[in-house]
Write a protein that binds this ligand. Structure first.
Ligand code: FES
Length: 152
């Protein structure tokens, strides 16, 4: 059943009228034009759709717009300021952590959420926190090196 929902996306309130059970991922991509967040499996298993929801990494494909209503959502588009990439984005470039790049927005958002809660995250912390973010190119060693580089 359609309803009106308001979410804060990258610091700006956005209102949408849509079905309550519509995935947040669809709203971000199709209603708000924020296509940096990717569709992978659609069932919470790959991490391509990871956003930060009220400070925690979340799978936007299995989060409904009703669940996200009233929440603060951060997407890859909101990370950099006008002058500078976020430290995690820069580290992904410095460590050549992108191959096809499809999983990277989700990887970066998961890493940002991790490093906010654990700025001194170790390699073991990175592996544990990001094991659910899959990379079909299997570029895990460089991804982990990038996240370590961005950690304190
Ligand atoms: Fe959401 Fe795979 S698309 S976890």
């Amino acid at each position: 059943m359609p309803g009106s929902f308001t979410i804060s996306v990258n610091g700006a309130d956005r209102a949408v009228v849509t079905d309550a059970d519509r995935p947040l991922l669809d709203v971000l991509r199709e209603e708000l034009g924020l296509t940096g967040t990717k569709y992978g499996c659609g069932e919470g298993a790959c991490g391509a759709c990871t956003v930060i929801l009220n400070g925690e990494a979340a799978r936007s494909c299995i989060t409904t717009i009703e669940e996200a209503s009233g929440c603060e959502v951060e997407t890859i588009e909101g990370l950099a300021d006008r002058q500078q990439l976020h430290a995690v984005q820069q580290a992904f470039i410095d460590e050549s952590a992108m191959q096809c790049g499809y999983c990277v927005p989700g990887q970066i958002m998961a890493a940002v959420a991790l490093l906010r809660s654990a700025p001194q995250a170790t390699r073991a912390d990175v592996v544990a926190a990001m094991s659910g973010n899959l990379c079909r190119c299997c570029n895990y060693s460089r991804i982990r090196a990038a996240v370590e580089k961005a950690s304190g």
